[in-house]
Design a protein. Structure first.
Length: 105
C-alpha cells in the first residue's frame, strides 16, 4: 500500500479452548530478545473474549485461536476487540477430519 509503514510482528498470542481451563491459571509467556508469544487457555467463549481484550491491551499484534473455536465464535471474538488486530483460526485439511472425529467423540 502506498504510504504504509511495515511493522514487524513481535507479539503473538494463541488462545486454546478446552474443558476445565481457567485463564488465570492456564497461561504462559514465552519470549526471546526478538519475539514474544503469549498462550492463554480458556473453557468458554466469554473467557476467550476477555482474554483477547487483555491481549490487545498488552500490545499483542496477532491472535490465533485453536481449532476448538467455530468460525462464528472467531467472528464474535474479533468483533469484541473491534477488529484491532488480525484473528485467525487453526483449521485442518479435509483428509484429517476423520482422524479428528476419533479424538472428539
Amino acid at each position: 500500500m502506498k504510504g504504509s509503514t511495515t511493522v514487524p510482528l513481535l507479539r503473538f498470542a494463541m488462545i486454546v479452548k478446552a474443558p476445565g481451563y481457567d485463564p488465570k491459571d492456564h497461561n504462559a509467556l514465552l519470549s526471546s530478545p526478538a519475539f514474544t508469544t503469549r498462550v492463554v487457555c480458556v473453557s468458554s467463549l466469554e473467557q476467550a473474549r476477555d482474554a483477547a481484550a487483555a491481549l490487545v491491551r498488552e500490545g499483542v499484534q496477532l491472535i490465533e485461536l485453536c481449532g476448538g473455536f467455530a468460525p462464528e465464535e472467531a467472528d464474535q471474538l474479533h468483533a469484541h476487540i473491534d477488529h484491532q488486530v488480525p484473528v485467525g483460526v487453526v483449521r485442518y485439511a479435509p483428509e484429517e477430519l476423520e482422524h479428528l472425529s476419533v479424538l472428539f467423540n
